[in-house]
Structures are given as structure tokens and as C-alpha cells.
Write a protein that binds this ligand. Structure first.
Ligand code: FES
Ligand SMILES: [Fe+2]
Length: 378
């Protein structure tokens, strides 16, 4: 059984949730160019064909292993630098100079997509859903701008749960509203945590702010594939969206790219308005990123004492553990870690004394689980 502490996918480096992972900005790959990319432990060559199509292939040529990013784009195909074999976008070898027939060699290809100015690669044979987006922007034209590119000295999962760590908004970010999240499973791979508390009316300024919200203070975080997430904030009239596209480095740290999103408004005035909104969104993102940086530099995440205030984090961990996972580097599927219907809590261990107590007297695993179950009201 997987627990909130003894996890297989969450905050681990040997495996990760299968999904879309950002590879590079679209503008960094012009037509006819090929680039080497190391993504989730796998060496890839990603190229843009003459038609504009983006193709991701395993980096090493199935002939003798030359790195295909040394090669050149030929139409919508890729030609190896070493002996000139030509590989079509589906990976089939269509031509080999000096040979009458092309050999039956095939290059492994991976699904790609472009969204919000990023090239994404799906770490499995078939994408199950589109690349990440804020749920409320899913079906509308979007204008985007890239924010910061960042590196954090901790696992992407630990970086991302910061956005639903309700209590730290008061302690680190000095927010005067007590956030409390409602969880919605949008589908098997997307989970959203939306604040359900209202702006307090205890002070004059807060009462003025509260006028901009008919209901609760808007703040939500929607995670896709337990790997990327989109924050939505702002008054009812104007929501700001920040996508955190994250991936793991070989050291188990985080490489991220923020993308600011807004619905695309029409005309030159619409364009100007969108630019202002995107700039304001960036400022909001920077404000929240500032306090957290100190945490990420030194934290050694170990969830020893789950509390009620950590309920959303516990739910996210369980969601992450349910995701189909693949192994770091090989991207081979690994067995599901939990088998339970969505929305129900994991059962507790039966024996209350089971599980070792460590030398420092840390709580037993069953005690950690008991607290976790209590926190989510199971
Ligand atoms: S190594 Fe690529 S064609 Fe020989
Ligand atoms: Fe934070």
C-alpha cells in the first residue's frame, strides 16, 4: 500500500506520472532545425520539418548510435549525419545511401504538441489528453506570454504543492484570507483545488476588495498529470492564469517555465488590454514566487505530521500515486501503485502497532496514515 510518506511516484526520482512534459520554447526551434533535448532522463532529438511539424525522436541512430541532433532536417524527415540514413516522421528508415533497399531499422518517435508557445512531449505511446491549460481557458482562444524560467533545488512535486499549501499563504505570503480548498477531479489526470472562503469583512479595505467577488475569493490550482499546474486568481471580472510547466532534472530537482495566459480579446485595443493583463499577471506570480524561494533552497520534504490544514496536499499525493507511471529514462510503464476508485481514501493499515518507529521517535507509518486519513475526513 502506498502512503503519504512512503510514496512511489510523488517526490520520487525512479518513476514519474506519464504525461505531457515541456521540452523547449516553440520559438527556439525554427523550421529545418534539430535540437538535442534531455527530457525526464531520456535523450531526444527534436526537429521542426519544412512544413512546420515538430517531431521528437530518440536521440541515437538505430544504425550505429550517432546523435541525430548532429544530423539535418530533410523535408519533414531527419537525416543522420554519420551515414546519411533518412528517417521519416513516423520513424521509418526510408533511404540509406549505398544501399539499394533501406534497412528495416526504425527510430522510436514520441508524440508532440505545441501549446502556449511551448513544445511538449508525451512520455508514452499515445496522449490521453491535451497539454495542460487552465480549465476555464480550455475552449477559448488564448493569448500567452512566457514568464520566468527557473530552477529549484527540490522535486517538482514539492514545488507544485506549494500552491495548495493553504496555511503557508498566511505565514509566508501574509495573506489575510484563510484559504480552504474544494477538490474537483476534472478527469482521471486533472485535479483542481479551488478556494471556497470569502474575503473577510473585518476591515474597511477588505470590505472594498470583497466587492469584486460575488462568491469566494478566486484562487484555484489545476494540476495535469501531477506534473504541471495552472493557478487562477483575480476578481470576478478579470481572472489571471499562470501555468507552471515543470520537469525533473537528473538530480531530482525542478526546471520550470511559467506561462501567463489570458483569453484573447479582439482588435488592437484587445491586444493592448491583453498585454497589460499579462504583465499584471507576471507581477502577481513574482510576488508569490519570492517568499517560496527560501523554502525551496533548504527543504528536505518529509511529511511526518499531516494535519487538517494539509488536507489538499494529502489529496494531491494520493492523486499523484494513482497516475499511470513510467520509469525515469526508459519511459517504460510501471505497475500502478494504488488500486482504488477515484475519490475514496486509502484504507488504513489494520494493525495499530505495525511499522517501525525510527531512532528519533518519529511517528509510526500507521500513525502518519491515521493523521492523513483524519485530515481528509476519511
Ligand atoms: S549511425 Fe546513423 S546512419 Fe549510421
Ligand atoms: Fe507559496
Amino acid at each position: 500500500m502506498s502512503s503519504v510518506r512512503d510514496t512511489k511516484t510523488f517526490n520520487r526520482t525512479a518513476q514519474f506520472a506519464e504525461g505531457w512534459y515541456w521540452a523547449l520554447p516553440s520559438r527556439a526551434l525554427r523550421r529545418g532545425k534539430v535540437k538535442p533535448v534531455q527530457l525526464m532522463g531520456r535523450d531526444l532529438a527534436i526537429y521542426r520539418g519544412r512544413s512546420g511539424r515538430v517531431v521528437a525522436v530518440d536521440a541515437h541512430c538505430p544504425h550505429m548510435g550517432a546523435h541525430l541532433a548532429e544530423g539535418r532536417v530533410d523535408g519533414d524527415a531527419l537525416r543522420c549525419f554519420f551515414h546519411g540514413w533518412r528517417f521519416e516522421p513516423d520513424g521509418a528508415c526510408s533511404e540509406a545511401p549505398q544501399l539499394e533497399q533501406p534497412p528495416r531499422a526504425c527510430l522510436r518517435t514520441w508524440p508532440t504538441t505545441e501549446r502556449h508557445g511551448l513544445i511538449w512531449v508525451w512520455t508514452g505511446p499515445e496522449p490521453r489528453l491535451p497539454a495542460p491549460c487552465a480549465p476555464e481557458l480550455e475552449d477559448v482562444p488564448v493569448r500567452w506570454a512566457h514568464g520566468n524560467r527557473f530552477v529549484k533545488g527540490t522535486h517538482p512535486n514539492v514545488v507544485m504543492i506549494n500552491a495548495i499549501d493553504a496555511h503557508h499563504f498566511n505565514t509566508v505570503h501574509r495573506l489575510v484570507v484563510d484559504l480552504d480548498f474544494e477538490t474537483t477531479r476534472e478527469n482521471a489526470h486533472v485535479i483542481t483545488f479551488a478556494n471556497r472562503t470569502r474575503v473577510p469583512t473585518t476591515r474597511w479595505l477588505l470590505r472594498q476588495i470583497g466587492r469584486f467577488y460575488a462568491g469566494p475569493l478566486t484562487y484555484s490550482m489545476s494540476y495535469a498529470y501531477a506534473s504541471s499546474g495552472t493557478v487562477t486568481v483575480g476578481p470576478d471580472l478579470l481572472h489571471c492564469h499562470i501555468l507552471f510547466a515543470l520537469r525533473m532534472t537528473p538530480e531530482g530537482h525542478t526546471e520550470g517555465q511559467t506561462v501567463l495566459l489570458t483569453p484573447r480579446r479582439r482588435g488592437p485595443l484587445g491586444w493592448l488590454f491583453d498585454r497589460v493583463v499579462l504583465f499584471a499577471t507576471k507581477l502577481v506570480g513574482n510576488y508569490f514566487a519570492k517568499g517560496d524561494t527560501r523554502i525551496f533552497q533548504t527543504i528536505k520534504f518529509d511529511f511526518q505530521t499531516p494535519t487538517k490544514a494539509d488536507r489538499s496536499i494529502i489529496e494531491f499525493i494520493r492523486h499523484a500515486e494513482e497516475q499511470p507511471a513510467v520509469a525515469w529514462g526508459t519511459w517504460a510503464p510501471v505497475e500502478a501503485t494504488t488500486e482504488r476508485p477515484a475519490g475514496r481514501a486509502l484504507p488504513l493499515a489494520d494493525a495499530p502497532d505495525a511499522g517501525p518507529r525510527d531512532d528519533e521517535g518519529a511517528p509510526r507509518e500507521v500513525e502518519v496514515e491515521r493523521r492523513a486519513a483524519e485530515a481528509v475526513g476519511a
